[in-house]
Design a protein around this ligand. Structure first.
Ligand SMILES: C[S@@+](CC[C@H](N)C(=O)[O-])C[C@H]1O[C@@H](n2cnc3c(N)ncnc32)[C@H](O)[C@@H]1O
Length: 196
């Protein structure tokens, strides 16, 4: 009888296999993706993909029923240039087929994890910027927006600690459409990074 820990390892291995297979099937050909990480119910990306029909868009979120709702929205909109996948951000990037690269990245209102002991859970982090950089050619833009001022300052403070991304000051936000969290936010700040 396998131990609880062995069962957990089996479950993780199975989850990874299934995600890898789904990604390989969906992106069998080389493609450069517009990636939204933590897309929630997909409101923003459905509109973005409709506005830019020549782009191939992928939204990922760790919560299954958010992705199901996003997928229903995509189907109603009849959009062929857009997919949604349930997955954890690092794991999904790690399991993408090698021929998948990033054209641009959006991280909109990620969970701020305000308590100091939880900062290590923040998505926008040095390891995450490294992971994105592996799939990004020079010039790729990464867009980050948050309503949590300390998270924004924290993101700025990380930048000198890495070399792969530089701040693009003064660059216009490419597409304005309120996300669910943006609609609730009294104010927010935006940061655009360019892959060096
Ligand atoms: C605060 S919500 C913002 C949702 C949407 N971007 C918006 O602005 O309305 C953060 C989203 O990120 C997702 N998320 C958090 N950590 C994640 C991770 N490690 N990988 C993928 N998605 C994640 C959550 O499930 C949630 O839907």
């Amino acid at each position: 009888m396998p131990s609880g820990y062995e069962q957990h390892l089996d479950w993780v291995a199975q989850r990874r296999r299934s995600l890898k297979e789904r990604l390989a099937k969906r992106f069998a050909e080389p493609v450069s993706l517009t990636l939204e990480i933590g897309c929630g119910h997909g409101h923003w990306l459905v509109d973005y993909a409709a506005a830019f029909p020549d782009k191939t868009c992928l939204g990922i979120d760790i919560i299954g029923d958010r992705i199901e709702r996003a997928e229903r929205k995509r189907q109603r909109a009849g959009q062929g240039n857009l997919s949604f996948v349930r997955g954890e951000a690092f794991e999904t990037l790690d399991l993408m087929p090698p021929q998948v690269t990033l054209a641009e990245v959006f991280i909109l209102f990620p969970d701020p994890w305000p308590k100091k002991r939880h900062w290590k859970k923040r998505l926008f982090s040095l390891p995450f910027l490294d992971e994105l950089a592996k799939r990004s050619d020079p010039g790729v833009l990464c867009h980050f927006r948050t309503d949590h001022d300390p998270y924004f300052d924290w993101a700025l403070e990380l930048l000198p600690e890495q070399q792969a991304w530089e701040r693009e000051e003064g660059r216009e936000w490419p597409f304005e459409r309120e996300t669910v969290f943006q609609a609730r936010a009294p104010s927010y700040q935006s940061l655009i990074l360019r892959r060096v």
